[in-house]
Design a protein around this ligand. Structure first.
Ligand code: ATP
Ligand code: MN
Length: 468
């Protein structure tokens, strides 16, 4: 076969160089046709669209074409011609076809269209070849680009925080332990506790639940930073919004108070959504038509609204009034309660019909590092609540007073001696600062309209599920 430089299908479809010879390579979506002429729909992942390959059966012979079935991988040399079928820009008149790999129709699992998302999770190694997951994973890439660009344009530095950590101040009980010890032969001390001195790091270590504490150290030197990395939580919440391994973006900014923090969060999330609409419209339109007819409308809706800002206390009042009028919730509503997704979604979808930023939560239900308000009851927390999702961002102004921070840590049972390095920032040149965490997959749920977080990450980790 003649060697011709490959053109990606996304570019072939845009090309107007009719009459020239091109090469495309990709996976066969379908092959249909008659005794004389065969049509191959070929996809190479560069776009949701397929290019049509027109094949003269006589030229190639039926036997040769037989293994070109759904899932097979081929390379095609041919002439670019203007398509006569409507909706297609260009197609290729095949001259030479090389078969890289066949896919036996008897065993290839992606034969027909319309497999359920549940079934596709069981073949996560092949699901990127479907239109749906091709679209989702292309959007995932573009969203990651948007995030880096947003922060880069604003002078933030991408800071890499460790994945393995020895502090468990946030995630007591929900961390994955990291060890090289022989679990069949664990050494214990006289008190029956496990002796970690012989473990790889000489102490107990886990996978991080958040890069925030290290991010704060960096903000106290570089000014504005963000992290973007994998995060692990062994919480046994089998919900459509929780993963055991997910990606989190955590900006942290010196000298920002809670107001600037809210401003940053709103600008950030709108930038990402606009980026999606500007760069992923074909994929988003497909998902809109397939799964969520209101997706595009909802994305525009959020872009056009100023997020409503109100305090937790005001939020509880609204929820209590709703309950008094007959609204039922699974979990009780009272001042001091941790809001469940149903409460968050009531505020966003029913009451305000707009994204909401809730602030000033009771200190009992929030982390030790959040700045305490003068009322002695609340902390300067801010959660961004979104339609269909509930909490998409959690953040706060941080406590910058050494004594208040260490007292609060002790009150909450945080092992203060393990985070001496964190407390040190409040000892040496402390400063007001704020930050937040955005769950990358929660953002993707919103932008793709997918209903289950397992379908916006290539290889989901959830309880009892770490295949692939
Ligand atoms: P939730 O109440 O929804 O469990 P959280 O309060 O535990 O969230 P934070 O600790 O504030 O969340 O984490 C910051 C962000 O990370 C959240 O706003 C959310 O977008 C995301 N997030 C948290 N836990 C998970 C998870 N298990 N899977 C995916 N994303 C998550
Ligand atoms: Mn959680």
């Amino acid at each position: 076969m003649e060697t011709i430089v490959r053109t990606k299908i996304v570019d072939v479809l845009k090309s107007e160089a009719f009459g020239t010879t091109v090469n495309v390579k990709g996976w066969v979506r379908t092959r249909r046709g008659s005794k004389q002429i065969s049509f191959i729909a070929l996809n190479d992942g560069s776009t949701i669209k397929n290019v049509q390959i027109v094949v003269s059966v006589e030229d190639f012979g039926e036997e040769y074409l037989k293994p070109i079935t759904t899932g097979a991988c081929i390379s095609v040399n041919g002439t670019l011609v203007r398509s006569e079928g409507k909706g297609q820009e260009a197609e290729i008149q095949a001259r030479e076809i090389l078969i890289y790999g066949t896919a036996d129709p008897a065993t290839y699992p992606l034969q027909k269209k319309g497999h359920s998302l549940e079934f596709l999770r069981e073949i996560a190694h092949l699901r990127p070849r479907t239109n749906t997951f091709g679209a989702v994973f292309r959007i995932r890439h573009h969203m990651a680009m948007a995030i880096h660009r947003f922060f880069h344009e604003r002078g933030f530095f991408y800071f890499h925080t460790p994945v393995i950590t020895a502090s468990d101040c946030e995630g007591a009980g929900q961390m994955f332990q990291v060890t090289t010890m022989n679990l069949y032969d664990l050494k214990k001390d006289d008190g029956g506790s496990i002796d970690y001195t012989g473990d790889f790091f000489g102490k107990q270590t886990s996978l991080t639940v958040s890069g925030q504490l290290e991010g704060e150290l960096a903000a106290m030197a570089l000014g504005s930073i963000y992290t973007f990395g994998p995060t692990f939580r062994a919480e046994n919440s089998n919900t459509p919004r929780h993963l055991a391994e997910f990606w989190m973006i955590e900006p942290e900014v010196a000298f920002n108070g809670i107001e600037e923090n809210m401003q940053l969060a709103e600008e950030f999330i709108k930038y990402c959504i606009r980026w999606g609409l500007d760069h992923c419209m074909e994929d988003i339109r497909f998902l809109n038509d397939m799964y969520d007819k209101e997706l595009i409308e909802r994305l525009h809706f959020v872009l056009e609204r100023d997020f409503i800002r109100l305090t937790y206390t005001e939020g509880i009042k609204i929820l209590e009034e709703a309950v008094a009028k007959g609204q039922t919730f699974e979990f009780p509503v009272f001042w001091g309660a941790d809001l469940a997704s149903e409460h968050e979604r009531y505020l966003v979808e029913v009451h305000f019909k707009c994204p909401v930023i809730l602030t000033d939560y009771p200190k009992e239900i929030k982390s030790f590092y959040m700045k305490q308000n003068d009322d002695g009851k609340t902390v300067r927390a801010m959660d961004v609540l979104f339609p269909k999702i509930g909490e998409i961002i959690g953040g706060s102004q941080r406590e910058d007073d050494y004594d208040k921070l260490s007292d609060h840590a002790r009150e909450k049972g945080v092992p203060v001696k393990d985070i001496w390095w964190y407390l040190d920032t409040r000892k040496f040149g402390t400063a007001p600062h704020s930050g937040f965490g955005l769950g990358f997959e929660r953002l993707l749920l919103f932008v793709t309209g997918m209903g289950n977080i397992r379908d916006v990450i290539p290889f989901p980790r959830t309880p009892n599920n770490a295949g692939f």
